[in-house]
Design a protein around this ligand. Structure first.
Ligand SMILES: C[S@@+](CC[C@H](N)C(=O)[O-])C[C@H]1O[C@@H](n2cnc3c(N)ncnc32)[C@H](O)[C@@H]1O
Length: 248
């Protein structure tokens, strides 16, 4: 099935982000990414569209971009559409890599694909921008799943297993003045992300945030998250886009 983002975002929070996104990009065909749904590959949701929106504001014309945890390739394609000079998309799932290659072709965007584990797939390469929408849903255990229905979502007990690795390893892969752009839910800690980025020598900034009711996956785990005090008083979350910028 062919989907066109961000029109397919269904949650209320997603609709707010999608509406805002559409208002800003009305009449701009580059604002629409066409995604072929491949079984077993994560379908872009409101978090992806929020990060795509932040990416366009970064003015990445001519930039070398890497998209980690690429899934369907939606953010890699958004980067190419926004004028990146080169885009490399990485995922640990072979299906995701195949989906990305298909979607890149469907959108007429040159995107290189690399099958592998986060920065391990990139050698010593450095980039002007690195995007990542990691699996960040708090899970029952810290064992990261191997089954494809949950590798896209589960991020260990606190949701930070992949996120922390990205924050720690990104500085070594950024060119001077380059930026890491991350999206995640507030349930896995905005302060923790900002602190890790600062510790790695990056200047942190929350670029966008959208508050709303928990999405269906988080809502199904609300009781577990309440017990671990990951949720505030209301069963709400904020989706945040955080930037870590290298000096230079
Ligand atoms: C939340 S989905 C994001 C997909 C897409 N970027 C989007 O925004 O819709 C997370 C993706 O991370 C991938 N992933 C999980 N662990 C990974 C790892 N260690 N290295 C690379 N990719 C990983 C999953 O296969 C999945 O495609």
């Amino acid at each position: 099935m062919l989907e066109q983002g961000p029109q397919d975002v269904r949650s209320r929070r997603g609709e707010v982000a999608a509406l805002a996104f559409r208002r800003r990009h009305r009449g701009n065909p580059a604002g629409v990414v066409r995604i072929l749904r491949v079984p077993g590959v994560h379908r872009p949701r409101s978090d992806a569209w929020l990060l795509a929106d932040a990416l366009r504001r970064e003015r990445i014309e001519g930039a070398a971009v890497a998209d980690l945890c690429t899934g369907s390739g939606v953010l890699a394609i958004a980067a190419a559409r926004a004028g990146a000079k080169s885009v490399v998309a990485v995922d640990v799932s072979l299906r995701a890599i195949l989906a990305t290659a298909i979607n890149a072709r469907l959108n007429g965007c040159p995107v290189q694909t690399r099958h592998g584990d986060l920065f391990g797939a990139l050698g010593d390469d450095r980039f002007d921008a690195i995007t990542c929408n990691p699996p960040y849903v708090p899970a029952l255990t810290d064992d990261l799943p191997r089954h494809r229905s949950t590798t896209a979502l589960d991020g260990g007990r606190d949701g930070r297993a992949i996120l922390d690795r990205v924050c720690r390893e990104a500085p070594a892969h950024l060119r001077p003045g380059g930026a890491l752009l991350l999206v995640h839910s507030s349930v896995c800690g905005v302060r923790e992300t900002c602190e890790l980025l600062r510790r790695g020598g990056l200047e942190d900034e929350v670029l966008l945030s959208v508050r709303g009711p928990l999405g269906p996956v988080l809502a199904a785990r609300a009781q577990m998250m309440r017990q671990r005090e990951l949720l505030g008083r209301a069963d709400e979350e904020e989706l945040v886009v955080i930037r870590g910028r290298a000096a230079g």
